[in-house]
Design a protein around this ligand. Structure first.
Ligand code: ASP
Length: 265
């Protein structure tokens, strides 16, 4: 909001927004402190997109603090959309991005517990940030450490343009959290933006994307949640299951609410 008030760009705002949970060890599904894969390694995925169809992404990045900033550099400094794994890390090194040991004691302990009990609970909490600046430009960012205790090498929806995030400057933007395998199967964020293009409200568009997930995976009750904003600044959200929190920051202040959902737990 400080950036917004100072006339900053939507792209700078969403990148800065995503960097907050990326730095926060207490957030165990994004960046530093994220839960590791089954081998004990933390790998990060992120993507960013502006109102002009420019986009960048990185996936399976280890040892760097801010994957969202690396994704932005992929967007701005290369003619690629996505860099993965060792290639993304070499790119980050060349651009002198800050390195960081990502695995915290708490995350290590959580992996040990999971190995004993094989129960991981509902810890979907990827960050999706959508921003509209004073000039009316819209942008989005998405960042995650992915599914807890995934197989090494697994990449979910979050860094995939159209799945974890989609932005169209003529329509609006959407981002997702939840079971990546479900969200990427239906290309959820793209569906939300296309529904808004057809005149649906952001709330309704998110509910339609949730319906697609339920149709594809009727018996696997996992979280799939979307947040959306139109280019006019109307926002909405919808989740498959309870527990999806949306934070709205505007000139009127900051509020947090629980999104509507389709199914009980
Ligand atoms: N969507 C993320 C993924 O599947 C995980 C999450 O949101 O919890 O990688």
């Amino acid at each position: 909001m400080t950036m917004y008030e100072q006339g900053g760009s939507a792209l700078d705002m969403v990148e800065a927004g995503a960097k907050v949970p990326e730095s926060d060890a207490r957030d165990m599904s994004v960046g530093y402190g994220g839960l590791p894969d089954q081998s004990g390694k933390v790998s990060l995925d992120a993507c960013i997109m502006d109102d002009q169809m420019n986009c960048g992404a990185v996936c399976y990045v280890q040892g760097y603090a801010h994957p969202i900033s690396i994704a932005r550099a992929v967007m701005e400094d290369t003619d690629h959309v996505m860099l993965a794994g060792a290639g993304a890390e070499a790119f980050a090194k060349k651009h002198a991005f800050a390195r960081k040991r990502l695995l915290t004691k708490d995350a290590k302990r959580a992996l040990k517990d999971w190995k004993k009990h094989q129960v991981s609970g509902n810890n979907h909490d990827t960050i999706g940030v959508l921003g509209l600046d004073k000039s009316g430009k819209i942008a989005g960012a998405c960042s995650t450490s992915g599914r807890a205790y995934k197989l090494p090498g697994r990449v979910g929806d979050s860094p995939i343009i159209g799945a974890g995030l989609y932005v169209d400057g003529e329509v609006g933007a959407a981002a997702a959290t939840g079971m990546g395998e479900h969200i990427q199967t239906v290309l959820g964020s793209f569906v939300v933006v296309e529904m808004m293009r057809q005149g649906k409200s952001p709330d309704r568009a998110c509910a339609i994307a949730v319906d697609r997930v339920i149709r594809a995976f009727p018996h696997l009750k996992e979280q799939a949640a979307f947040v959306a904003m139109s280019r006019e600044g109307e926002y909405g959200a919808h989740a498959r299951l309870p527990g999806f929190k949306v934070c709205i920051a505007s000139e009127e202040g900051i509020s947090i609410y629980d999104a509507n959902y389709t199914e009980g737990l």
